[in-house]
Ligand binder design. Sequence first.
Ligand SMILES: [Zn+2]
Length: 113
Amino acid sequence: MGAPIKRPEKHRVAGAILSIKWEPKGAITQDGDHCFGVTANDTHDVRIEDGLPPFLERDTLMHELLHVLIRRGKLDIDEDEEEKVCELLGTALVGHIQDNPTFWRFMTKKVDK
Ligand SMILES: [Zn+2]
């Protein structure tokens, strides 16, 4: 085992550096309902609940990243469809990354554009 991996607090999306804030359990709500993560409509900064089980933590982070990509890409889909896309692809992508580390080492190797 190597050194523990720090949870990300920033990420780059299409050249912009966006923040990821880890917040206490129960602190994140949307329309009055508790949720594990949320993405700000204006800044696209992400807030994730601290202390989630490891797969759910990654699933939630990927889910919010997909919201960021959809909104920054200005895709014209309604809120319910956006949520379905983020739920489906968030879980699928985290599962794919976990199941295929060699594939993702290939994908994350720095290359010329
Ligand atoms: Zn969502």
